[in-house]
Ligand binder design. Structure first.
Ligand code: HEC
Length: 123
């Protein structure tokens, strides 16, 4: 029986000693998508729509880390719909979002197949 009294105590002690460590690590390591604001994105038509649609499931950083042609963004949107259940946006709304993605996240380097891209390189 005695163990039942000790378990909550241990849990408390553990959380108390872990909490300050987490605070010191700061936002860089914590997954905090709420830190992303639509205002952080480059301005332009379609910004709100793109941010709203694409951040329903993941941070916008996953999008902005990529650079692609409009065609490839189109494929990505189809992929998000088919594989992950993103709403199937078509017509003018899709054009708006694709224009935004293509304008602000174009291919970063000359298209070369299978090249290594240093994720820490300045953009
Ligand atoms: C319904 C949920 C959902 C929505 C909405 C969504 N995605 Fe995703 N997306 C995912 C998931 C889950 C992953 C990670 C798993 C994977 O890579 O298959 C992902 C990964 C990605 C990646 C990374 C692929 C890679 O090669 O690492 C890109 C780029 C991306 N999404 C773009 C977008 C864009 C652009 C939009 C908005 C037009 C969007 N996503 C909206 C679910 C979604």
């Amino acid at each position: 029986m005695r163990l039942f009294y000790w378990l909550p105590m241990l849990a408390l002690a553990a959380s108390a000693s872990f909490a300050p460590t987490q605070a010191q690590q700061g936002p860089a390591l914590a997954f905090t998508p709420k830190d992303e604001q639509v205002e952080d994105l480059p301005e332009g038509p379609g910004r709100d729509e793109t941010f709203g649609l694409c951040t329903a499931c993941h941070g916008y950083r996953l999008v902005s880390n990529q650079g692609m042609t409009r065609d490839k963004w189109d494929e990505t949107m189809t992929w998000m719909t088919e594989r992950h259940g993103m709403p199937d946006i078509q017509g003018a709304d899709r054009d708006l979002i694709l224009d935004y993605l293509a304008a602000h996240h174009p291919p970063k380097a000359p298209a070369r197949t299978g090249g290594f891209r240093n994720p820490f390189a300045p953009q």
